[in-house]
Write a protein that binds this ligand. Structure first.
Ligand SMILES: Cc1cc2nc3c(=O)[nH]c(=O)nc-3n(C[C@H](O)[C@H](O)[C@H](O)COP(=O)(O)OP(=O)(O)OC[C@H]3O[C@@H](n4cnc5c(N)ncnc54)[C@H](O)[C@@H]3O)c2cc1C
Length: 813
């Protein structure tokens, strides 16, 4: 055979779409050239060939935006580097706001963009018309202009990436489907093809909408589902618009791209059509699905209204092609934790062309370096849980997923599909108390409570929604009296065995060689000193420890522990999340209330802060842990799941029963109290000293990450996580608002809530002194700080300690 398949390759990339080619290209640029890319049919024959080719940069989160910025920069130079034209045109893009909510969103995005130096300009309708003469600006409030956005020919881009990879030695093999994924010693061992096995250390699944099926070849979950995705192309316009930018009208779920005197009109309709429920056919290539004019009638009408020229000419092409969507509309990247050596880059939710450059680069870095090169939690495949590969769940969520790209990105917006997946045993009782539920990791959790017996509306606003006052009352109840949270969604792991203590000492930053009955707040650090997780470790007895971490970290933390608890020690790890419900009884009256209910002595002598004690409530025995995430005296009650309702009823039947409180109150309380939230305020690229968590890092024992933290100890702390409070109580903070010192941006917010006790918007945020000076309390007190909210600068106070109870006297009292 002219081009025989090698028997070995260091890396095999499965899939020759834009993403697979980008991964191979970037591996080669990292010097890893022993790479084999296998494509089932021809390069681009999956989804890539028919993409509209929009290349935008402003994404939902700062790191995704950084990656999209890199993509644009790469696409701009690829033709020069490889000699392969890509059709890249940097004409910019305009996004219209045709509603007040969207105008708020756009103005906030304009502020956020400044955090990472992304050039954006707000435009008045007249300025929009100047740049896009064919647009009808009726009803338009304004728009945002991104001059560096562009458009590209996706098939040519893919060929350029493949060519660039080949030039450095990568082998690209078409017409070679991967049929199996052999394992050896718990790792992926290569790929099986019709021509035999190719052994490999690393296999990367870039199989687009087939990626779920490819994952199954290795027995692992890759949760994504295809949906039909549409655009139309007009005939030649009588008066061609010329080289206009891409125009998006998200309120109408449409976009326009000029192409050789015609307009391509694309749709992001709010109710999508899932496709391929029985599996994606193995032999489908360059797929075109049937036209569906009825389905798109509202968007087509809106398009003719927004750009009347569309209605004046015929439609030359109605295009319908499949694309894959994930349950949270963010792509899947990284090593599948159940199978070392097996990586994924798939599920691109209709932005795979613009994302391919950045995703390919960081995945290549991840493979070469053995860890993510930056905080990639937004897209890390470890955020997905096994239930999310349920076919019905994926189908139902996909109905909503496509439209979300253009839907309003309201703060706290909740999914409307595939809900009620994981319910606490208290769910129905909390519903009867008027819970407004939100979703996290599939759990239904009360976010706030309306009137008992009602189902309160979960409405959205960048201002104060209708539930704002409800959660304010819950916040105050916890600060001034007594509240009750259902925190059953916490992830819980049991670490046990004769070597449990020694093994945990190795992975946790804080000492765990404490007496049974103690609870330790600790971090899991990586070798670079970055924070992989923050959690509590409860010593149950000599050989058993309970680890509690956030609901959203369940899979990630489990696998981190599994990989890092030393294999040669007598210790086991069990996920017991479902075994225990958790009720947080929080507030200054919590001691008196629980003492009355149980007859126990809960004074600081009877149960000091950071300790647990067993209590009897109703007919149940519960573990009462004196911990808090809300900055008040309180106990978290760990209750065997089947006893949860008995305990809840026993508490709520009492005179002076606590006020049920939701997660909005929990977050406003914890932000006001300065408690960090992993994935928001702290990530795997943040160090514990800058994050103000040095107290959880022992200096007198060895553990993963210690050397990296020690190396930072004597350096000036020039990047720090700080508490902040606005001087004006009106504008609300969410996150990613730029922080200024004088007129210079020095950081951004990572959490933002209203502090109902301090009476002002409060937040947390990272600030950095670019000259390397230490950020101290004096530095913060003397500086003139402000935070930009929706284009307006608002004066702010910054401090190392929280503005509420800075010395934690209420917690420890
Ligand atoms: C109508 C439409 C418009 C779009 N417009 C845009 C846009 O404007 N901007 C944008 O950024 N994105 C857009 N997208 C999305 C974009 O096209 C996709 O996100 C992107 O192409 C996904 O690339 P991929 O490499 O992951 O998948 P694919 O291109 O599908 O590549 C996967 C490859 O894997 C191969 N494969 C599968 N199974 C195997 C196997 N067992 N062995 C070997 N090979 C295998 C397939 O043959 C395929 O070639 C659009 C999508 C659609 C449908």
């Amino acid at each position: 055979m002219a081009n025989p398949l090698p028997q070995r390759s260091h890396v095999v990339v499965i899939g020759g779409g834009v993403v697979g080619c980008s991964v191979a290209y970037h591996l080669a640029h990292r010097g890893w050239t022993d790479v084999l890319l296998l494509e089932r049919d021809q390069l681009t024959s999956g989804t890539t060939w028919h993409a509209a080719g929009l290349v935008g940069q402003l994404r939902a989160t700062p790191n995704m935006t950084r990656l999209a910025q890199y993509g644009t920069e790469l696409y701009g130079r690829l033709e020069d580097e490889t000699g392969q034209p890509t059709g890249f045109l940097q004409r910019g893009s305009i996004m219209l706001a045709s509603s007040d909510g969207r105008w708020d969103e756009i103005r906030r995005a304009h502020s956020t963009a400044k955090c990472f130096g992304l050039e954006t300009h707000l435009l008045h309708p007249a300025e929009i018309k100047e740049r896009w003469p064919l647009v009808n600006t009726a009803g338009v409030r304004g728009g945002i202009w991104l001059p560096k956005d562009g458009q590209i020919n996706p098939a040519d881009l893919t060929q350029a990436l493949a060519k660039g990879a080949r030039q450095l030695g990568v082998r690209v093999r078409e017409h070679t489907p991967v049929r199996g994924l052999p394992r050896r010693d718990g790792r992926v061992a290569g790929v099986e093809t019709d021509e035999g096995v190719v052994e490999a250390e690393y296999v990367v699944n870039c199989a687009g909408m087939w990626a779920r099926q490819v994952g199954r070849l290795a027995g692992v979950d890759v949760p994504l589902h295809a949906a039909e995705h549409f655009y139309v192309v007009t005939e030649n316009l009588p008066e061609p618009p010329g080289a206009v930018p891409v125009l998006r009208d998200p309120d109408a779920a449409i976009y326009f791209k000029e192409e050789a005197g015609k307009l391509l009109v694309g749709m992001f309709e709010p109710v999508a059509k899932p496709w391929g429920m029985g599996g994606i056919p193995h032999d489908t290539s360059f797929t075109q699905l049937p036209e569906d004019w009825d389905h798109l009638a509202p968007q087509l009408e809106a398009a003719m209204e927004r750009v009347p020229a569309v209605g004046e000419v015929g439609i030359q092409l109605f295009f319908n092609g499949p694309e894959s969507f994930t349950p949270d509309d963010r792509y899947l990247l990284g090593e599948v934790p159940e199978l070392p050596g097996f990586f994924v880059a798939c599920g691109f939710n209709s932005v795979g062309v613009q994302s391919a450059g950045g995703a390919g680069r960081v995945l290549a870095d991840w493979i070469v370096e053995g860890h993510p090169p930056m905080d990639l939690a937004d897209v890390d495949v470890r955020r997905m849980l096994p239930f999310q590969s349920n076919a019905q769940y994926l189908h139902d969520r996909t109905v909503e997923g496509l439209g979300l790209l253009y839907a309003m990105h309201w703060p706290y917006r909740q999914y409307e599909t595939a809900r009620n997946v994981r319910r606490s045993p208290l769910h129905d009782r909390l519903a009867a108390y008027g819970a407004g539920f939100g979703e996290a990791a599939g759990w239904e959790r009360p976010d706030f409570f309306g009137e008992p017996g009602t189902t309160p509306e979960y409405d959205y606003s960048f201002g104060r929604p209708s539930w704002f006052e409800h959660h304010a009352a819950e916040h105050r109840a916890v600060r001034e009296d007594l509240g009750l949270f259902d925190q059953s969604s916490f992830a819980k792991f049991l670490v046990q065995g004769p070597d449990a203590e020694t093994a945990l000492q190795h992975v946790s930053s804080n000492r765990v060689d404490v007496e049974p009955g103690c609870i330790v707040y600790s971090l899991l650090l990586n070798e670079r000193g970055g924070i992989e997780s923050d959690l509590t470790i409860t010593r149950l007895d000599a050989e058993r420890f309970l680890i509690v971490s956030p609901a959203t970290a369940q899979r990630r933390d489990y696998h981190w522990l599994r990989r890092h608890l030393p294999a040669d020690q007598r210790v086991t790890l069990t996920d017991i999340t479902s075994a225990e419900a958790v009720l947080g009884v929080m507030g200054p009256r919590s001691r008196a209330f629980l003492e009355e209910v149980t007859g126990a002595n809960l004074s600081s002598e009877g149960c000091p802060f950071g300790h647990w004690t067993e209590l009897e409530i109703g007919y149940a025995r519960v573990r009462a842990a004196r911990m808090t995430y809300v900055g008040e005296l309180g106990w978290e009650l760990y209750v065997p799941t089947e006893f949860a309702t008995v305990v809840f009823e026993a508490l709520m039947a009492r005179n002076g029963a606590p006020k049920p409180a939701g997660f909005h109150a929990l977050h406003s309380l914890r932000t006001e109290s300065g408690y960090r939230h992993w994935g928001h305020d702290i990530t795997d690229e943040d160090d514990p000293l800058g994050a103000g968590l040095g107290f959880a890092v022992a200096r007198d024992k060895e553990f993963i990450g210690r050397a990296a933290v020690d190396a930072l100890r004597d350096r000036p702390r020039s990047r720090r996580l700080v508490s902040l409070m606005l001087e004006d109580p009106e504008p609300l903070l969410y996150h990613d608002e730029p922080i200024y010192l004088g007129d210079t941006i020095v950081g951004r917010t990572t959490s933002g809530r209203y502090g109902h006790t301090v009476g002002a918007p409060v937040g947390l945020g990272w600030v950095e002194d670019r000259d390397g000076r230490a950020i101290t309390s004096d530095y913060l007190a003397q500086g003139e700080f402000s935070v930009e909210v929706a284009g307006e600068r608002v004066g702010a106070r910054l401090a190392l300690k929280p503005f509420y109870d800075p010395d934690r006297s209420r917690v420890k009292g």
